[in-house]
Design a protein around this ligand. Structure first.
Ligand SMILES: Cc1cc2nc3c(=O)[nH]c(=O)nc-3n(C[C@H](O)[C@H](O)[C@H](O)COP(=O)(O)O)c2cc1C
Length: 417
């Protein structure tokens, strides 16, 4: 049984989803009836600086994975002397096990457009882009309709919104590669500084925000920073959409207050004897079953909001190997630590899965991981080793037993492990 739109689970805190789940996703009037665009009206009664202050006070942090404070980023762009500012909605959602942005765009494209309109007003942008992942092509028509309706109703003011479709590369969700992609260049990460709020798309001051981040903004402006900041924990305010998948009875999108424990999510989704949970997507942390009291928050573990559950029928080495295969395939190749590092991690992990590894391989995995995390150009290479290191930290005995067994089978050990 898949958790359905209306299936509110006990323990959920529906703030965003109450507004997102329109009966008819193509019904602008339906959104207005739910209170849609009240936040935008209120924003227009405030100065742009006051809107930014409200978003800062709310404590809203980026929901795309990095968790950068949204209002702080907006302020940097607002303060740039260059008047040609740009706002980009990151709807690439290429992260493994992540499907919350799709859920928002499918159920209510108006809410995120309202968030874009408020963001553009706050930073002073008159050009907006929606970067839509290639696999979400089926959403293009409904998004185009929503954009033109909002324009006709005057909700976008002077903001001209252009939809750009990606070409299926995971790296193009990374903000600097995304800008290269829109510019028609190869989808590779850029060196920073300069950071996008200073010099981004076509060298203009640019804000890139995730779909879920901007969808929170109308509610924050309408109901106030205090209301929002009362939800969540000290450093992780508000609610978050979690995408639960894997060995659970009820996979789906759950809205929970930040700070909720993984254990609670296991209960809500009917997880079947989890052995480990990967939180945050392919580069996310691996949490073993004896640490399920870990909080889902920026202080604990979070990332994109993917919660992928594995039970004892899965092999952790194989799982990490497949994950690294994906990351190696998707590395843009611009920097050597990521390009070569993911290649070598895959080679070693492959050897280990096939029972041909050695103890030295475990040491090499750790040393290489440290170098990649220090020396890679962008978040992909910097975080790709996380599942490798976590699996070695929590499941080292599985690796060691596999090595012992393989040495015995190859006649290099005389005693069976
Ligand atoms: C390899 C990689 C892929 C990423 N993919 C996405 C993505 O699909 N969607 C997204 O919103 N952020 C993604 N990010 C994070 C973005 O670079 C950026 O931090 C985010 O869009 C900023 O928006 P936010 O502050 O609202 O989270 C990715 C980062 C990396 C390193």
């Amino acid at each position: 049984m898949i958790k359905d739109v209306e299936d509110k689970a006990v323990g959920e805190k529906r703030v965003l989803l109450e507004r997102v789940e329109l009966e008819d996703p193509g019904d602008l009037k339906g959104y207005e009836a739910l209170g849609g665009f009240t936040g935008l009206d209120k924003a227009h009664e405030m100065s742009p600086e006051a809107v930014i202050e409200t978003v800062k006070d709310s404590g809203l942090r980026g929901r795309g994975g990095a968790g950068f404070p949204c209002g702080v980023k907006w302020e940097l762009a607002r303060q740039s002397p260059n008047p040609d500012k740009v706002l980009i909605l990151n709807a690439d959602e290429g992260e493994v096990g992540t499907f919350k942005d799709r859920y928002i765009l499918e159920h209510n494209p108006y809410m995120v457009l309202e968030g874009m309109a408020i963001g553009a007003y706050a930073i002073g942008a008159d050009k907006g882009y929606i970067y839509l992942r290639d696999e979400y092509h089926y959403l293009l028509t409904s998004l185009e309709k929503a954009v033109s309706e909002c324009k006709e109703e005057g909700y976008l003011n002077d903001l001209e919104v252009e939809i750009v479709e990606g070409a299926g590369a995971y790296i193009c969700g990374e903000e600097s590669a995304l800008m290269n992609s829109i510019e028609g260049k190869r989808g590779e990460s850029r060196y920073r500084p300069p950071f996008p709020p200073e010099k981004g798309l076509f060298e203009q001051p640019t804000i890139i925000n995730n779909v879920e981040t901007l969808s929170n903004v109308p509610l924050i402006v309408e109901k106030g920073a205090e209301w929002y900041a009362a939800l969540g924990t000290e450093k992780s305010k508000g609610t978050k959409l979690f995408c639960v998948s894997g060995d659970v009875k009820r996979p789906g999108v759950y809205e929970l207050e930040l700070g909720t424990s993984l254990k609670e999510v296991m209960g809500l989704s009917g997880a079947e004897s989890p052995k480990w949970v990967q939180v945050g997507g392919s580069t996310g942390r691996l949490i073993p079953s004896d640490r399920l009291d870990t909080a889902l928050s920026y202080e604990g573990v979070l990332g994109s909001g993917a919660v992928m559950v594995s039970n004892g029928t899965r092999d952790v080495i194989e799982f990490v190997y497949r994950t690294l295969e994906f990351l190696n395939e998707e590395s843009c190749g611009k920097c050597a630590p990521c390009r070569e590092g993911t290649e070598v991690l895959v080679e070693i992990l492959g050897r280990l899965t096939q029972g041909e590894g050695s103890e030295q391989d475990l040491i090499n995995l750790e040393t290489l991981s440290e170098v990649m995390m220090d020396a890679s150009l962008c978040g992909l290479g910097q975080t790709a080793p996380i599942p490798v290191l976590d699996s070695l930290r929590y499941f080292r005995e599985v690796y060691e037993a596999r090595i012992e067994q393989s040495l015995y089978l190859r006649g290099l050990r005389t005693v069976k492990a």
